[in-house]
Design a binder for this molecule. Sequence first.
Ligand SMILES: Nc1ncnc2c1ncn2[C@@H]1O[C@H](COP(=O)(O)OP(=O)(O)O)[C@@H](O)[C@H]1O
Ligand SMILES: [Mg+2]
Length: 216
Amino acid sequence: MSSFEVLRDLPHREAAGRLLAEGWNVCGLGDWATVWRSPDGMQVARVSPFEPAYAVFVELCRRLAGHPLLPRIDFDTPLGGGGRLTVLEFLLPVESAQAEGVFERWAAAAPDDPIAEVRRTAEELNAEAATSIPFWGGLDNNPGNVMRNAAGEPKLVDLFYAAGLEIYRILLEDPAKIAEAFAPDRREYICDIVAVSRMSAPDEIAALRTAAQSIA
Ligand SMILES: Nc1ncnc2c1ncn2[C@@H]1O[C@H](COP(=O)(O)OP(=O)(O)O)[C@@H](O)[C@H]1O
Ligand SMILES: [Mg+2]
């Protein structure tokens, strides 16, 4: 892809279509996002249809640009309808023992360990987000959020989460609360997240779509 600018503000379905057409391929699935790998294998594009939280992680990587424990971010944009697209360096999974080791370092936060700076900045951003972002979840220290680069250096990814279970429960029980929390153009594709496409039964999908339609 010669420039990622063409993807700016596209609805996520069109952005993902462009990636597919250019030879990018799905290499990761989360609860929210689909992650696409570039044809040359160097980068990924994380495409999220509805994204309350990842901008805070991108902000962390910006504030600590060049930090050895954070991925390089090459491009980031909101998408039409409330999604987000972020291009970052390709990373590999790590063994669970290595991931646990990294979060032990996080817990100890020894002053001479570079992880202490990540933790301090992440905690500041977490406190700000808790007061400004609806259905904020918090810091996500699950071992799946440790990956590594080609040189084997550990990298922390996706360090914050939105309270997804709560969002989708309330969407069904009291959609007006979701309407208040998220502007209509920020939740157009609320039913497109990966957790729904992977795990919801057809009747659950129908109920979610009806609820989302009622506040569209
Ligand atoms: N930089 C990356 N390189 C390769 N795979 C990645 C990268 N970032 C994420 N992934 C893969 O995609 C999955 C989903 O990405 P993630 O950002 O955690 O999204 P979600 O918010 O949906 O959990 C991850 O669990 C991981 O397997
Ligand atoms: Mg994740």
